[in-house]
Write a protein that binds this ligand. Sequence first.
Ligand SMILES: Cc1cc2nc3c(=O)[nH]c(=O)nc-3n(C[C@H](O)[C@H](O)[C@H](O)COP(=O)(O)OP(=O)(O)OC[C@H]3O[C@@H](n4cnc5c(N)ncnc54)[C@H](O)[C@@H]3O)c2cc1C
Length: 504
Amino acid sequence: MSVDVDVVIAGGGPAGLMLASELRLGGAGTVVLERLPTPTGLSKALGLLGRAVQTLDYRGLLERLGAGLVPVGAYSRFAHLGGIPLDVSRLVESAPPGHFPPPVPARQAQVEQVLEERARELGAEIRRAHELVGLSQDKETVTAEVAGPDGSYRLRARYLVGCDGARSLVRKQAGIGFPGTAPTQVLRLGDVTLSGPERDRVPVGILRTATGLFSAGPLGEGVVRVVVSEWSQPPEHVDRDVPPTIEELRAAVRRVADVDLAMRQPRWLSRFTDAARQADRYRAGRVLLAGDAAHIQLPAGRPGMSTALQDVVNLGWKLAAQVQGWAPPGLLDTYHAERHPAGERMLSFVRAQGVLLSPGEHVTALRELVGELLTHDQALRYVVDRLLGLDIRYDLGADRAPAHPLEGGWAPDLPLHADGGDTRLATLMHGARPVLLDLTADGRLRAAAAGWTDRVQTAVARSDEPLDGILVRPDGYVAWAAAPGDHNTGRLRHALQKWFGVAR
Ligand SMILES: Cc1cc2nc3c(=O)[nH]c(=O)nc-3n(C[C@H](O)[C@H](O)[C@H](O)COP(=O)(O)OP(=O)(O)OC[C@H]3O[C@@H](n4cnc5c(N)ncnc54)[C@H](O)[C@@H]3O)c2cc1C
C-alpha cells in the first residue's frame, strides 16, 4: 500500500517535535503538522527535571539547552510537594554519584526551539500553519485531512500520532475515552511586568491563605509569573470562555494575598484547572497518543513537559521499528503497557499534591504531618525520586521475573574505558540505537549477539561497576543485565529477540 509518509505527527509542541527526531533516528520518515504559523514564544513550562533531563542527556541535547550552569542544589529553589519545600540539597551528598541530574531551567519556548532545530537537522518535515482537521484509518493506512495555507489536502501514512495537546482532536476522532477527575479549582495566570519596588512587595513561594492560593516567580527582565486561585470560586462560577484580563488577576491577587500589585504589560494571561484525565488507551489501531493529548493535570511538581518527552522517547524507537519492519510482535503495544501505568502514577501523585494545596483546617493538619515526615531522609528521598520521575521502572513482561535488579530500570550513565579512549553510556545513546555493553574480558557477549548487529550496537569496554554486561533499549531502560560470572548468554539472546526481533 503506497503512503505519502511513514508517520504523521499532529502537533509541534515538545512531544511532537521530540518524537519527530526519535523517528528520524530510527529511520522512519515523518511530517509534523502544526496549526500555529509561528512559535508564540510563550512558555507554559519553565523547566525540566530528573528523568526528562537524563533522557535529553542521552540524546546529546543538554548542551543546546545551556545546561551544566545550574548546580544540583538549585532543586531546592523550586522542588516542593504541594507547596511544602523539599530540601533536595540535603539528599545530594548521600545519593550515589549522578543520581540527581541537574535541573534544567529552560523555558518551554527554548525547549521547543532546540527540539525543532534538531528535528529539522535529522530530516523531519515540519509544516507550520497546517492544521489536522480530521482522520480516518483502515487496516493498512491512516489518512489525515489537513487545512493548510494553500487549501485542504490529504496525507496518507502508516501511522498517525496525536501530540496535539489537552484538547486533542486525534483523541476524539480515534474514539479514545478521557476519563478522570473534574476540576475543583480555576487558577489564573499572568506573566506581568512589575516595577522594582513592586517586585519587593511580592510574597515569596507558594502562599496558602484563608481565601486561596498565590504564587509568584521571576521570569527575568522585570517580568513575574503570578498564579492565583480563590477557594470561593468553584470552576462552575468562572466563565472560561471570557478572555482573562489583568484587572481580574489583580483583584484576585488582592483578595487572596492581601497585596495590591500594579501589574502592567501582560505578556500572557491565562486560566487553567486541576482537572486530571488520562486517555483510556494510548493506541487505537494505527493512531497513537502522547503528551498532553494522553494526560492532563495540574502543573504541581512540573510533570507535564517531562512526561510528554518520556512518552515519545518510549514510543519513537518502537514505531520506527514497526515501520522499518523489524519490530517483534507486540512491541508497539508495549508503549501503552509501559507508559499508561507511568502516566497513571504521575496523575495520582499530582492529585495528592492538589489535595495538599486545597483549603481547610483538615488539610492544614495533613500538611503539618507531611512536613514532619519529610524531615526524615528516607521519606524525603522517596518523595523527591517520585517528583523527579527517578523511580520509573517498566514491567518487562509477564514471561519472566527480572533476573538482575537493573532490568526494567534506567540504565546508569556508566563511565567506560575502551581501547579508543574513555567514554560514557550517555554518549553511546545519542543515535537512539540499542546498546549492548560487553564488559567481559573475553568478549563472549558480543559473540552471542552477532545475529543482531544490524539493529544493536555492541561496545566492548571496561567498567568499574560489578557487571559483565548490560543491554540498553533506545529509550535508556535496561532490557537485560548480567552480574560478574553470569555465563547464561541464553538470557541475553532471549532479551535481544524479545525487544529487537529474531537474529539474522
Ligand atoms: C501554567 C502551566 C505551567 C506549566 N509548567 C510546567 C513545568 O514547569 N514543567 C513541565 O514539565 N510542564 C509544565 N506544564 C505542562 C506543559 O506545558 C505541557 O505538559 C506540555 O506543553 C505538553 O506538551 P505537548 O507537546 O504534549 O502539548 P502542547 O505543548 O499543548 O503542544 C500541542 C501542539 O499541538 C498543536 N495543535 C493542537 N491541535 C492541532 C491540530 N488539530 N493540528 C495541528 N496542530 C495542532 C498546538 O498548536 C500545539 O503547538 C505547565 C502547564 C501549565 C498550564
